[in-house]
Design a protein around this ligand. Structure first.
Ligand SMILES: Cc1ncc(COP(=O)(O)O)c(C=O)c1O
Length: 390
């Protein structure tokens, strides 16, 4: 990765495909027997999907467009599920036509639509979580309370669908094992209640939320998630849920950022390091970079990405607000708490490496807000000029 970033003379986002493949291998070794369905939204590049698909991973898709992309990249339809509880009649029918047979749901209305437009499909009900412990909680928009999940799946059965499973998402960049622990407790309660209603599901989807390792918080401190503990809690949780269920139960996870975040980095450049006075008269350094919230670093309001300044390893540093190049004041790290110590000698045009930004960078980028085009992508493990550049 460092060699590819150093070799780049123009801005780009570089992915380490081999690293992404290794992340999948490690995840599988940590969670043996658990199927992995990559949340495509985190990095919708055909080559990334290809690497994961060739190793047997499936895809969590959120729209017919994502289903189409997964199929195009070589993921068999049987390994693609529709994980978005929000979908129109047309989207359901289109996904069904493309061969998807497993759908997430969380409401009676969605179940009724699935019965019409995806007759006989397998459905899994998303159970809401509180989102505590995650950088992004995802707690309101999706999922029903555990006590309603039974009714939703009973409706599905009555409508001729297959009540096939349950799912949760404990929040993105989840930093605690306790979140999965609480989710397993809720899922156990729902499995018991389903059993009392004579409904036997065949799988539990433990969602996304597995953390990336390289992020810093808004103040610049390394987030350092307890990954070993998280994996242990998930392994124990699967044992517990199989015991509660009292029969065969498959498990699925649908990680997004965990597989790709730490294997993508941006080669950007310094637009300008400036020292100017704020409205209150105080002096403040600002480091404007060539990329920011609107072309790769959308999540910079909640995180800091580690920055590396090649060629400036020694010399004095100054505390600066880091910001993107656009005419939008949201395009910046927090300036109350998030100052970064940057080389005082930085000059316009100097290269900057933005690390651990492989998740959601290509998908959240704007089409060219303020005329700053989306970054081209490249691969760390294939020489440039071989047609691999995006
Ligand atoms: C249904 C579903 N699964 C998986 C993911 C991936 O989450 P993460 O990137 O936190 O692993 C998301 C993200 O929004 C999601 O909505």
């Amino acid at each position: 990765m460092a060699a590819a970033l150093a070799a780049a003379t123009e801005d780009r986002i570089v992915y380490d495909l081999a690293g992404i493949g290794r992340s999948l291998d490690t995840l599988r070794a940590e969670l043996p027997g658990v199927q992995v369905r990559f949340a495509l939204k985190a990095c919708p590049l055909d080559e990334v999907l290809g690497v994961l698909a060739r190793r047997g991973a499936g895809v969590d898709a959120a729209s017919p467009g994502e289903v189409e992309q997964a199929l195009r990249a070589g993921v068999p339809a049987g390994r693609v599920h529709y994980g978005n509880t929000v979908k129109s009649d047309r989207h359901i029918a289109e996904a069904y036509r493309l061969g998807v047979r497993t759908f997430a749901t969380d409401s009676a209305e969605d179940v009724a639509a699935l019965a019409v437009h995806a007759p006989g499909a397998r459905v899994f009900c998303r159970v809401a979580t509180g989102g505590a412990g995650a950088v992004w909680g995802l707690s309101n928009k999706f999922g029903c309370p555990p006590e309603d999940a039974v009714d939703v799946l009973a409706r599905a059965r009555d409508a001729g669908l297959v009540p096939a499973g349950l799912s949760v998402h404990v929040g993105s960049q989840q930093m605690t094992g306790e979140a999965w622990h609480a989710a397993v407790d809720d899922l156990g309660d729902v499995l018991r209640a389903l059993d009392r209603r004579g409904i036997r599901v065949d799988h539990v989807n433990l969602g996304g939320g597995l953390p990336a390792l390289g992020y810093r918080d808004r103040r610049g401190a390394l987030l350092d998630p307890p990954l070993d503990k998280i994996f242990r809690v998930i392994r124990e949780g699967t044992d517990e849920l199989r015991r509660v269920h009292g029969g065969p139960l498959d498990f699925v996870v649908e990680p997004g950022r965990h597989l790709v975040a730490d294997h993508g980095a941006i080669r950007a450049h310094v637009t300008r390091l400036a020292e100017r006075r704020g409205a209150g008269g105080e002096r403040q350094y600002w480091l404007y970079l060539s990329c920011g919230k609107f072309n790769g670093l959308y999540e910079m309001d909640a995180l800091q990405y580690p920055l590396h300044f090649p060629g400036h390893t020694a010399g004095p540093r100054v505390p600066a607000v880091v910001a993107g190049p656009t005419c939008d004041s949201d395009d910046a790290y927090s300036h109350e708490e998030g100052l970064v110590r940057v080389p005082a000698a930085l000059a316009s045009g100097d290269p900057v490496w933005v690390l651990s930004c492989g998740a959601y960078a290509t998908s959240y980028t704007t089409l060219g807000f303020n005329g700053f085009a989306p970054l081209p992508h490249a691969w760390a493990d294939r020489p440039e000029g071989t047609g691999a550049d995006g």
